[in-house]
Ligand binder design. Structure first.
Ligand code: ADP
Ligand code: MG
Length: 567
């Protein structure tokens, strides 16, 4: 083999970048190393924005968050074997969450892997990925690159969105085509085609809504992802049907809308006779559709792109398959023509129940604010105040009690502005989502974190500072998972215990960011306002007592308990 000049623009690496850009995918989140370092450099040279992370799961979370916010697949990049496996967790999560994402991982050449000869970071990634994503593809020849990206894009966003794995062997990075052809690098036409249910299916749903005495609309994050807020707001406004948002659907209809039944959630769901589910699954988060959360006699209308979702947990009386935006346009006009309206006595019953609960909450908040020490309510209420003043701000949230209390306290006015632990209820997604929200939108972000949740990806504070992103990380520190003061045996910290004396703010300072340590309501409010005004990367260390916080938060029922006192 002699010396020869390769035209870099004819390489698999260059064509991959061309194909991503042809599809409007200009941001890439990743961690580089063998064999994708020059690929990332080339991406920057060709005008893509490449954002380097400290660990692959955060980078892939960021791409997934970008997918949710923009409706286009987020793009992530990892190295082979361990980098790929770190990213795989986030690829699986994105797929569970129905977020569109393309994870590209460099990999070893097939002839080494397939004979199991042992390679540097060698793994059969293509086959490992398959059960954890919507589809896996491997591209072995530079000439197939346009097709590979087209398949990845279409698979990620069509039907139920999800994660796609694209395997990029080292040999393909440098493989070349003889000449470039525009026909091979193209933008996918209509990547998520509209889909409408039949008139019969619509009529079936309208009949149920017309006769309903206690109708309710239950919104899931699919309705936020589908950018269907105009249609859903129209239905709520014209029919007055009370609605309840799942956490990431908050803001599809503003939380302060008079039709919100959020303050009377279990009352409303328990009494409902017709439930209109829009982009929400009847999974564990909704008690698998079972009683007592829902009445056994309740009838269900479900809007979903994936027909196999219907009857996954209980009988769906009126399935409406299609993309939410199109389905709602058709359903709205039929329902409004048929005179569907929520009965007044139902609306009033929910109002009465809501007022009772709101009074209880207001008391809890003001009691917490009056205390000399900080608590969940007094730490989180200032975030709510700020979000109402600046509704463009993005909110990311994770933790157990921090997540639960923040979900109730913080009202959202805009769709797709809240990202949280999602379908698996998983911790360690906060920094990736926060970074993506800041980069994709240019808007300020508040990441509300438990001290345990922050620990999973806290090193990404360096990433936040390196790109100087307007991200305020609020860490509610009770020194533990759930809480921190339970040592089981005298000579070891208990399994839930973390360092309550930690100065998390110093992590921000180490990378040139700002930090505050707050111990009461006034300090918290003040720090948050200053951090917001500055636009600087900031950690606010919110110190609450170690004893505060319930084990497993609101999902203690899922936590098997043993009688440890009997030992
Ligand atoms: P939540 O956790 O908020 O209850 P889920 O993630 O369980 O929401 O449910 C989201 C649902 O939305 C999924 O069943 C998914 O198939 C569906 N979905 C996602 N995008 C669309 C779309 N564009 N049109 C219709 N349904 C969609
Ligand atoms: Mg904690």
């Amino acid at each position: 083999e002699g010396f020869f000049v390769v035209d870099t623009s004819l390489t698999g690496a260059a064509l991959l970048i061309d194909a991503l850009q042809a599809n409007g995918l200009n941001n890439m989140y990743g961690v580089v190393g063998i064999p994708v370092t020059d690929f990332a450099r080339l991406a920057q040279l060709k005008g893509m924005k490449y954002y380097g992370f400290r660990r692959e799961d955060s980078a892939v979370d960021a791409a997934a968050g970008a997918g949710f916010i923009t409706g286009k697949p987020g793009v992530a990049l990892t190295v082979s074997a361990p980098g790929f496996l770190n990213g795989l967790t986030a690829l699986a999560q994105a797929t569970k969450n129905c977020f569109p994402l393309i994870m590209i991982s460099g990999s070893s050449d097939r002839h080494i892997i397939d004979l199991d000869r042992g390679d540097y970071e060698g793994l059969d990634q293509y086959n490992v990925a398959k059960p954890f994503c919507k589809a896996a593809y491997r591209v072995d020849r530079a000439e197939d690159m346009g097709l590979a990206v087209a398949r990845a894009v279409r698979t990620a966003v069509s039907g139920r969105p999800g994660g796609v794995y694209l395997d990029l062997p080292a040999a393909t990075v440098t493989d070349t085509v003889a000449q470039k052809s525009d026909a091979n690098i193209y933008k996918v036409v209509d990547p998520a085609p509209k889909q409408l249910p039949s008139d019969d299916a619509i009529n079936r749903a309208v009949e149920l809504l017309k006769d309903a005495k206690h109708p309710v609309i239950l919104l899931g994050k699919g309705s936020a992802y589908a950018q269907s807020e105009d249609e859903i707001r129209e239905l709520v406004n014209k029919t007055n049907i009370p609605f309840l948002p799942m956490s990431m659907a908050k803001g599809v209809v503003p939380d302060d809308s008079p039709a919100s039944a959020a303050s009377a959630r279990s009352f409303t769901l328990g009494q409902a006779d017709v439930v209109l589910l829009i982009g929400a699954r009847l999974n564990w988060m909704l008690s698998n559709g079972e009683s007592p959360l829902f009445s056994e006699d309740a009838k269900f209308i479900q809007v979903d792109i994936d027909a196999t979702e219907f009857d996954s947990n209980r009988k769906i009386d009126a399935p409406l398959q299609g993309d939410i935006k199109s389905v709602m346009q058709k359903l709205n006009s039929a329902a409004i023509n048929a005179g569907v309206k929520a009965p007044t006595d139902w609306i009033n019953a929910i109002k009465t129940e809501s007022e009772k609960n709101n009074t209880k909450f207001a008391k809890r908040i003001s009691a917490s604010e009056a205390k000399s020490t900080l608590g969940y309510y007094s730490a989180i209420e200032p975030i709510n105040d700020l979000m109402q003043k600046h509704p463009d701000t993005y909110l990311v949230s994770e933790g157990a009690n921090t997540l639960d209390i923040g979900r109730d306290l913080i009202g959202m006015q805009k769709p797709r502005h809240r990202l949280d632990t999602g379908t698996w209820g998983v911790m360690g997604v906060g920094m990736g989502y926060a970074i993506a929200a800041a980069i994709e939108t240019g808007k300020p972000v508040i990441a509300l974190e438990g001290d345990s949740a922050f620990g999973f990806d806290g090193m990404e504070m360096e990433t936040i500072c390196r790109y100087h992103l307007p991200v305020i990380v609020v860490i509610i520190n009770n020194g533990g998972i759930y809480n921190g003061d339970v040592n089981v045996v005298p000579d070891q910290p208990g399994p839930t215990v973390l360092d309550h004396n930690a100065h998390y703010g110093d992590i921000s300072k180490a990378f040139g960011g700002d930090s505050y340590r707050v111990n009461n309501y006034e300090e918290m409010k003040d720090a948050l306002e200053k951090a917001y005004e500055s636009g600087n990367p900031t950690i606010i260390d919110a110190q609450i007592p170690e004893s505060m916080g319930k084990e497993s938060g609101h999902i203690g029922n899922l936590n098997p308990k043993l009688d440890l006192s009997s030992l």
